[in-house]
Structures are given as structure tokens and as C-alpha cells.
Design a protein around this ligand. Structure first.
Ligand SMILES: NC(=O)c1ccc[n+]([C@@H]2O[C@H](COP(=O)([O-])OP(=O)(O)OC[C@H]3O[C@@H](n4cnc5c(N)ncnc54)[C@H](O)[C@@H]3O)[C@@H](O)[C@H]2O)c1
Ligand SMILES: O=C(O)C1=N[C@H](C(=O)O)CCC1
Length: 268
């Protein structure tokens, strides 16, 4: 059987380039398309040459519908509005849509849910094996501790990141809330500043650091009187996200329409 053809959206981005490298090097998938936003300097050029390497025989386009028509999967690490548009188009093309984009709000999520009625969507705020394991551990530790243990999620990313808390921090906070049996929306406290008053018992705090070229670092801190537990993941190479996304695109082939996450893909 022919290997699945994969389209990468946001081709020139930090993750886009990493994904193109991963698919081009894979012996399980073919790179069949690359999409960038209209007006981008890479449109109409071979993506391999744009990336400063050998030609890959794939011309960057700003027409996602045409690109998706010949694909079995679309891997999408772009921006919320673009991802909503791509979800509808990927569903139309019956292509698996792997979504790594973060910063999605309720309206974006509702549109993605609608697309998932007709297509396979795999979405996760972090596609790495290590973070998804950390999510499981966080839920377990939170379930074992009572509200005398304060939970704080602390994350650090590069200076270009536009959303906070990170998608990963929200996954970790959600896992902590689930373990504790509370709703994250009710417990969540972000970005303390000024006279905040003492910490509210049972709250789950989020702090975001932005600087330099930090790929992604996450701590889940459980702090009680006299002791602390810290669960930590440090990403040093974006290849971990690309590997996970490619795995998700392959796993999604032949699945029933619906929305899945990396726990499904990794069998965690
Ligand atoms: N889930 C994960 O594992 C994971 C890992 C890393 C990054 N991310 C997320 O992926 C997203 C992208 O991150 P990045 O660092 O690569 O950002 P980036 O800014 O380097 O790349 C985004 C790319 O998307 C392109 N784009 C935007 N709108 C578009 C449109 N309408 N059509 C086509 N292309 C469009 C931009 O031109 C840009 O090239 C962010 O939301 C980030 O948080 C997720
Ligand atoms: O670089 C980014 O942006 C990242 N985004 C994801 C998040 O929001 O958690 C994953 C880590 C890198």
C-alpha cells in the first residue's frame, strides 16, 4: 500500500520546518504539500531550497484546499484562526488533521469539534512522549494529595511565543484538577501581580516565563508545609514534537471520525 501523503501547514515556522524535515526523512510517509499564508516569500518556491537544503520537489502554496486534496494527513502547527480554517478543509478532503496549535479559545474549539464529526482530528498542546507521561504522573500525584498541597504550574518558553499559559501548562493543570476532582476553570489562578492576598486553598496557579530561545520547560510544583514535590519536563529539541505529530498522522489512518489526543496515539 502507498505511504500516506502528508501536508505541512505553516511551512516556514519553527515547527513547520522541523516537521518537513521529519516527514522528508521518514520511510513511513511522503511529503506531498506545504502551505504558507498568502503573501509569504516562500510561496511558489521549492520548500527544500527555501529551507537552505536540497530541493524536495514540493512547491509551497497558499491554497490549502488544493494541497489537502492529495493528502491523507495534514500536520498543522500554525495559529488559532488558521487551524479552524484548516480543520474544515481537512474534513472536506477526508484527511487526518493533526493539530499542534495552542492558544485555542472556546470558539476555535467548537469549530474543531464540528469538523471532528466528519474527520479524524488528533489534537494536543504537546506531542512529546515525555510531556504526555508527565501529564499522567501529575494526575496520579494530585489524586494522592489533599488540598494542603498547593499546586503551581510553572512554564518557560522562547521570546516569540504568543500564548500563555502554554498548551502544555494547561494540559498539566487540567490533569492536576482531574486528579483532585475539581474543575480547572474554577481553580485556575494566572499571572499574580500586586497585593494579591494569601493563596486561596485548592487553587491551581500558573506562571509563565518568556525569554531567549527556550524550547519549553514545565514544572508542576506540589508544595506543603515542610516538603515539596516537583515534576519537571525540559524540552531541548523541537524534534520531539515533530516525531509525536508524525506518529499521530500515521496512527490516525483508518480511525473512525472523532477527536483524539496523544494519550490515544501513545496508548497511555
Ligand atoms: N503541540 C505541540 O507539541 C507544540 C509544539 C511546539 C509548538 N506548538 C504550537 O505550534 C504553533 C506554532 O509554533 P511555532 O513556534 O512553529 O510558530 P511560528 O510562528 O514559528 O510558525 C507559525 C507558522 O504558521 C504560519 N501561518 C500562520 N497563519 C497561517 C495561515 N493562515 N496559513 C498558512 N500558514 C500560516 C506562519 O506564517 C508561520 O510560518 C504555536 O501555537 C505553538 O504553541 C505546539
Ligand atoms: O514553542 C512553543 O510555542 C511550544 N508550544 C507548546 C505549548 O504551548 O505548550 C509546546 C511547547 C513548545
Amino acid at each position: 500500500m502507498e505511504q500516506p501523503g502528508i501536508v505541512i501547514t505553516g511551512a516556514s515556522g519553527r515547527m513547520g520546518q522541523m516537521l518537513i524535515g521529519a516527514v522528508a526523512a521518514s520511510d513511513k510517509a511522503r511529503l506531498v504539500g506545504c502551505v504558507e499564508r498568502t503573501g509569504h516569500a516562500w510561496i511558489g518556491r521549492d520548500v527544500g531550497l527555501c529551507m537552505g537544503g536540497a530541493a524536495l520537489g514540493v512547491t509551497v502554496t497558499d491554497d490549502p484546499l488544493e494541497a489537502f486534496a492529495s493528502a491523507q494527513a495534514v500536520i498543522d502547527f500554525t495559529a488559532p484562526a488558521a487551524t479552524v480554517e484548516f480543520a474544515a478543509l481537512a474534513a472536506q478532503a477526508r484527511a487526518v488533521h493533526v493539530i499542534g496549535t495552542t492558544g485555542l479559545e472556546a470558539t476555535h474549539l467548537a469549530a474543531i469539534d464540528a469538523a471532528a464529526r466528519h474527520a479524524v482530528i488528533v489534537r494536543a498542546g504537546n506531542m512529546s512522549l515525555g510531556v504526555n507521561l508527565l501529564v499522567k504522573l501529575t494526575q496520579k500525584v494530585a489524586a494522592a494529595l489533599d488540598a494542603d498541597w498547593d499546586i503551581e504550574v510553572i512554564e518557560a518558553h522562547h521570546r516569540h511565543k504568543v500564548d500563555a499559559p502554554s498548551g502544555t501548562a494547561l494540559m498539566l493543570g487540567q490533569a492536576a484538577a482531574q486528579g483532585r476532582g475539581v474543575a480547572l476553570d474554577a481553580a485556575r489562578v494566572s499571572g499574580r501581580d500586586g497585593i494579591t492576598g494569601p493563596r486561596e486553598t485548592g487553587s491551581i496557579g500558573f506562571s509563565a516565563i518568556r525569554g531567549g530561545d527556550i524550547v519549553g520547560e514545565h514544572d508542576v510544583l506540589f508544595a506543603a508545609a515542610g516538603e515539596r514535590i516537583i515534576l519537571r519536563h525540559v524540552a531541548t529539541d523541537r524534534a520531539i514534537f515533530a516525531r509525536g505529530a508524525l506518529k499521530a498522522a500515521l496512527w490516525g489512518q483508518g480511525q473512525k471520525p472523532g477527536q483524539y489526543d496523544m494519550m490515544d496515539v501513545l496508548g497511555l
